[in-house]
Design a protein around this ligand. Structure first.
Ligand code: 6V0
Length: 315
């Protein structure tokens, strides 16, 4: 048995990347973390700072700053590089700038001989995940976008608060584009094993209209947080660590990630957020939910908008 430790390379040590590094260290999931950014000094400082936390960490982790040659034997490369949304800017506004950055990074990663799994978080994440797949030439299963993992987490947190139950017992998905056209799948939402609408009948204080308000809060949360503090990073960082753990520990967990559709939900040739099974070899399958007519219309709309933007960058 090999005693090689699991290795993660992080590209982009801005707000999201450095929060990811911190969360990864605190959860003791990877054996080695190498960080790369155009801001080399900053990344060197991050490595020093994180190393000084090792005496308090749950497990050993080799932490360094490096360059693309470090990717050759990495299990996972995480992409959090690129421009972030400015107040009032949509994720889709970022598309051209970040597609260019993603292309240059992916080419350098692949030139190292990398043959692992990409996790993509930079926005617009569904389009950049597709771009990473195209530019890398890796099998589609081995390119995973963070998709609606964060949106789903926000919805679950807010529903847990509304129903006063542990957020981990809320089963609900947001699917579609990570952005303005995403949608909640209420037809398959539940608290424990109880369908959400049955749970709501227990008490007249629960109103179906409230569900839409909660979804809108979850969907628009990034705008509100960016208005208040300029960026969002802790939630997504923890979501990315969750995804990293599901891969490295071969969990077969169902997470709402941006994955390739090849006929599922009647669509092809795009990456979009849907529940999928995450394993050591990447995505092993998409969960196909029977959507209501309204949910189907909303997903079709989300896909139409996404494809229009994708066409604008000729992927
Ligand atoms: P940030 O704090 O500006 O960090 C970006 C980092 O990328 C900086 O350190 C840059 O130096 C670095 N960078 C830029 N170009 C390159 C390059 N060519 N090579 C290497 N490094 C480079 O942004 P922040 O960390 O806030 O956001 C990063 C990305 O994550 C953005 O695209 C956000 O929109 C996206 N987010 C995605 C979320 C999701 O749910 N998927 C959530 C929040 C942010």
């Amino acid at each position: 048995m090999s005693n090689r430790v699991s290795k993660v390379v992080l590209v982009g040590t801005g707000a999201v990347g450095s929060s990811y590094a911190f969360a990864l260290l605190n959860q003791g999931i990877a054996g080695e973390l190498v960080m790369i950014d155009v801001k080399k000094e900053k990344t060197e400082g991050d490595a020093m700072d994180l190393n000084h936390g090792l005496p308090f960490a749950p497990a050993k982790m080799i932490i360094s700053h490096g360059d693309y040659s470090d990717c050759h034997n990495a299990d996972i490369v995480v992409l959090t590089a690129g421009a972030a949304q400015k107040p009032g800017e949509t994720r889709l506004d970022l598309v051209e700038k970040n597609t260019r950055i993603t292309k240059s990074i992916v080419e350098e990663v692949m030139a190292s001989g990398f043959n692992g799994i990409f996790i993509v978080a930079s926005n617009p994440v569904d389009i950049l995940t597709y771009a990473t797949w195209k530019f890398s030439g890796l099998p589609k299963e081995r390119v995973i976008g963070s998709g609606t993992i964060l949106d789903t987490a926000r919805l679950r947190y807010m529903l847990g608060d509304y129903f006063n139950v542990d957020t981990r017992n809320v089963h609900a998905y947001i699917i579609g584009e990570h952005g303005d056209t995403e949608l909640p799948v209420w037809s398959h939402a539940g608290i424990g094993v109880i369908p959400i609408f049955d749970w709501m009948r227990k008490d007249p204080k629960y109103k179906v209209e409230d569900l839409n308000d909660i979804f809108v809060q979850a969907r628009d949360a990034a705008y509100h947080i960016i208005e208040k503090k300029g960026a969002t990073y802790y939630g997504i960082a923890m979501g990315l660590v969750r995804l990293t753990k599901a891969i490295l520990q071969d969990e077969h967990s169902i997470l709402t990630v941006s994955t390739y559709l090849d006929g599922e939900y009647d669509h092809k040739d795009l990456f979009i957020g849907v529940p999928a099974i995450v394993t050591r070899n990447g995505i092993s399958g998409v969960i196909k939910m029977e959507l209501t007519a309204t949910e189907k219309d909303r997903l079709n709309h989300s896909i139409r908008v996404l494809k229009e933007t994708m066409n604008s960058v000729n992927l």
